[in-house]
Design a protein around this ligand. Structure first.
Ligand SMILES: *[C@@H]1O[C@H](CO)[C@@H](O)[C@H](O)[C@H]1NC(C)=O
Ligand SMILES: *[C@@H]1O[C@H](CO)[C@@H](O)[C@H](O)[C@H]1NC(C)=O
Ligand SMILES: *[C@@H]1O[C@H](CO)[C@@H](O)[C@H](O)[C@H]1NC(C)=O
Length: 449
């Protein structure tokens, strides 16, 4: 039958077929054992019949020929091909995503996608696709969306260019503060791949306006119009003028909300205090004119003491403060002598001026004594000194009680000074004589009374 075949080999096959007609009649080909596939039709494989290989789902025939013919010899020609696991093509590209690196994609293989930098997986989608039995990939929905940053809300400020509905990865925003506010932080920020703004979102801070101007003076803040919290401005006056008040003010807040300058600006004025005069006193420094704030120190002449403050300052109203002191004469207190009294009761005062004198006498039975020597003088004069003390006051002692101890002490001192013994003896003897004479005198006096 297939006489129209032209190629020599096949012509030969036809010849073979023709030459085996006898054995071919009633011959059946076997049902081949095919894993993952079968022939169709599935039986009645008689001589000359053809059958086609059908592989199970997910499998494909090996080779291009799938139709076989049953020969008269009871064999299939060509040999029944096998079924092998099919493959999917390279998985499709997904926007803003990369996939796990694989090269072979047999049925059942899964491939996972990853969102690229700046993109994030949409909620409730699976980034995994599977190679199906019909050699296509399971449907991949839209997987990745751009990372979003929160809306950079700026109080008391606006974005320079109109606001967009969404702020996504890479988006840049520039800010401007409302008048009366100053920007703290970066003026331009960018939405980062992790969904944060970098640098961080700035804020608008209240500012103080220009500080008050003053006549005849200037301040250090003349270059700008806006001053942030804590900014300090210093004032200075023209030459020869005094600055009255605080020389600096700063931007501060009383209520924690509004900003204002900490106080009024100082004044620049000509201030001259009169040269201070304190009688019987001196002052430093010595000057002819005293500007605002100048300080002067006072002291008194000898015999006088300062009453009031030793230092005074020139005030803005050209007065001295604290008020100038005075120099008052130094006084001596009333002197006291044990067993003695003032010769005249008229001399009795609580305080005595410098150079005042008082005269003492000892009480009855007592005598002036000076270091053991009993003086027979009957009066003793003391003078009030400029430092408020008296010249030495007398001691009144009872006769004979010339202090033995003092005497011993005196003798001891003499010894220690290395006075020759003979001399000491002489001295002591003279002393003894002197005392005896004194004793006699006193006794004589007593007899006379
Ligand atoms: C096989 O072929 C024979 C004869 O042609 C027929 O009688 C039989 O029904 C066929 N069997 C099937 C299962 O088709
Ligand atoms: C392949 O199979 C899947 C699931 O069985 C089906 O949804 C899809 O349409 C099929 N694709 C083709 C090209 O037949
Ligand atoms: C006290 O006397 C001295 C010596 O006479 C005199 O220089 C001095 O000025 C006097 N002082 C007063 C406060 O009178």
């Amino acid at each position: 039958m297939p006489v129209f075949l032209r190629r020599p080999g096949q012509l030969l096959a036809v010849v073979v077929l023709v030459m085996q007609p006898v054995g071919g009649l009633g011959v059946q080909c076997p049902v081949p054992d095919i894993t993952h596939g079968q022939l169709k039709p599935a039986q009645n494989f008689t001589y000359g019949s053809t059958a086609t290989l059908e592989c199970d789902d997910g499998y494909v025939p090996v080779g291009a020929i799938t139709t076989v013919r049953c020969l008269g010899s009871g064999r299939w020609h060509p040999r029944v091909p096998a079924c092998t696991l099919g493959r999917c093509p390279y998985p499709p590209a997904v926007e803003h995503a990369d996939q796990s690196s694989q090269h072979e994609f047999p049925v059942g293989t899964t491939v996972t996608y990853f969102c690229r930098l700046g993109y994030t997986l949409l909620p409730e989608v699976s980034p995994i696709t599977t190679c199906l039995k019909n050699f296509t990939w399971s449907v991949i929905p839209k997987l990745c969306q751009k990372v979003q940053c929160p809306s950079p809300a700026l109080r008391h400020g606006t974005e320079v260019r109109p606001r967009k509905a969404e702020y996504t990865f890479g988006h840049q925003v520039e800010f401007r503060c409302d008048p009366g506010y100053v920007l703290r932080g970066s003026q331009r920020i960018q939405c980062w791949s992790d969904g944060t703004w970098r640098p961080p979102v700035p804020y608008c801070d209240k500012v103080c306006g220009p500080p008050p101007k003053i006549t005849n003076g200037q301040h250090s803040g003349s270059r700008t119009e806006q001053f942030p919290y804590g900014f300090e401005v210093k004032y200075s006056c023209g030459e020869g003028l005094s600055l009255i008040g605080d020389d600096s003010i700063y931007c501060t807040s009383d209520d924690g909300v509004n900003l204002a300058w900490s106080g009024p600006a100082p004044e620049c004025r000509v201030v001259r205090c009169p040269k201070p005069t304190v009688e019987r006193g001196r002052m430093t420094p010595q000057r002819f004119t005293f500007p605002y704030g100048a300080a002067v120190r006072f002291s008194c002449d000898e015999g006088f003491m300062l009453q009031g403050d030793a230092e005074s300052r020139c005030l803005a109203d050209s007065t001295w403060h604290p008020p100038l002191p005075t120099c008052q004469p130094v006084l001596c207190p009333q002197p006291q002598v044990v067993n003695g009294r003032l010769k005249s009761t008229l001399e009795g005062k609580t305080w005595y001026q410098t150079n005042a004198t008082v005269t003492f006498e000892c009480l009855h039975g007592y005598h002036f004594s000076d270091d053991g020597d009993v003086s027979l003088e009957d009066s003793w004069t003391a003078t009030c000194l400029p430092d408020g003390t008296w010249t030495p006051l007398p001691k009144c002692r009872k006769e004979g009680d010339a202090d033995v101890c003092e005497e011993v002490h005196y003798i001891k001192t003499v010894f220690e000074c290395g006075v020759p013994m003979a001399e000491v003896k002489t001295l002591l003897e003279i002393e003894k004589l002197f005392l005896e004479i004194k004793k006699l005198k006193v006794e004589l006096e007593n007899l006379n009374k």
